[in-house]
Design a protein around this ligand. Structure first.
Ligand SMILES: [Zn+2]
Length: 268
C-alpha cells in the first residue's frame, strides 16, 4: 500500500518524463472515467508540472487543468520510455508524449479539474506534508497539540488531515524509533516526544523516496545489504524485538482497524 514516499517518488519521475512535453495521445480505458471525457479534455494539452501533496498526485497542464489521482491501497503510476504502456491489464489511463508513456493502473480516484475549479476537498484539507516540510518536528508538534487529546498516537499519525504522508508501515516504524507507545493518548505526549515523532517520520519518508521497491527501515548488522522489506517492527508479530528481544505485538487500531506493531518493552 503506497504511503507518502511513493507519491513523491512518482512526482519526481512524472516531472522528469512529462514536464514541458505535449501530449500526443491520451488513452482512458477505464469505463468508470468515461463521464469525465478526460481524453477529449486533455487532447492537445501539455504537461507543466507534477506535484505530490501527501499521498495525492497533482499533474498540472498548460491549459490550467489539473489531473488529481490518489492510489488508495492498490493504485500505481508507471512511467516508461516508449510508445506503449508496459502492460494493459488494470490500466486506468495512459498519457503519451511521443517519448514516454505515463500509465496509471488500478486507480479509482482520478479527477480532471478545470482551471478555477476547486481541488477535491480531501486534497485541500490535507495536513502539512512531512517530506518537503522545513521543520517536520515543529510542524508535527504543533499539529498534534491541536487534535482531541484522547485520540491514540498511532491513529492520529495516520490521519492525513493532521500531517500527511505517513501510512500504516511508517506509523509503526515511527512510533518504535521515537520510543513512543502507539496506544498512548496524544494529550499525554510531551512537546519533545511529539517533535521526535515528526522528525523520525520525515527521516523515514525521505529515505523512502530515495529507495526503490518496498519500505526498508532496518539494516541488519554486519554491513549486509538491506533485505527486501526489512523493518524494525512492522509485520514482525511474535518475533523478538531487534533491540531488546521482547516479542513484538500487533493489534488493529482506529476506525479503519489498521494493524499497529510495537515492542511493549522499548515503547513502554
Ligand atoms: Zn524492544
Amino acid at each position: 500500500m503506497p504511503e507518502g514516499q511513493v507519491s513523491h517518488r512518482n512526482a519526481i519521475t512524472l516531472q522528469a518524463a512529462l514536464a514541458g512535453r505535449d501530449l500526443v495521445r491520451v488513452h482512458v480505458p477505464d469505463p468508470r472515467l468515461a463521464p469525465q471525457r478526460i481524453d477529449e479534455r486533455l487532447s492537445g494539452d501539455s504537461v507543466s508540472s507534477a506535484e505530490a501533496r501527501g499521498k495525492h498526485h497533482l499533474l498540472r497542464f498548460d491549459s490550467g487543468r489539473t489531473l488529481h489521482s490518489h492510489l488508495l491501497m492498490s493504485g500505481r503510476w508507471v512511467v516508461r520510455a516508449g510508445h506503449e504502456p508496459p502492460w494493459t491489464g488494470g490500466l486506468t489511463l495512459a498519457l503519451f508524449t511521443g517519448r514516454h508513456v505515463a500509465a496509471l493502473y488500478q486507480c479509482r480516484e482520478v479527477a480532471l479539474i478545470e482551471p478555477g475549479q476547486q481541488l477535491p476537498r480531501w486534497v485541500t484539507t490535507t495536513g502539512p506534508d512531512l517530506i518537503p516540510a522545513d521543520d517536520p518536528a515543529g510542524v508535527t508538534a504543533a499539529r498534534l497539540a491541536r487534535v482531541a487529546p484522547t485520540r491514540e498516537v498511532g491513529e492520529v499519525l495516520m490521519d492525513q488531515r493532521v500531517v500527511s504522508g505517513i501510512g500504516n508501515v511508517y506509523k509503526s516504524e515511527t512510533c518504535f524509533l521515537a520510543g513512543v507507545d502507539p496506544w498512548r493518548a496524544v494529550g499525554s505526549l510531551t512537546e519533545s516526544e511529539a517533535a521526535d515523532l515528526g522528525r523520525v517520520a520525515a527521516e523515514l519518508l525521505r529515505e523512502g523516496v530515495r529507495q526503490r521497491g518496498g519500505i526498508r527501515t532496518y539494516a541488519p548488522p554486519g554491513g549486509r545489504a538491506f533485505g527486501r522489506g526489512t523493518k524494525w517492527v512492522y509485520g514482525r508479530r511474535g518475533k523478538p524485538c531487534r533491540r531488546c528481544g521482547t516479542g513484538i505485538r500487533s493489534r488493529g487500531q482506529g476506525d479503519a482497524n489498521r494493524t499497529t506493531y510495537w515492542c511493549p518493552a522499548c515503547q513502554a
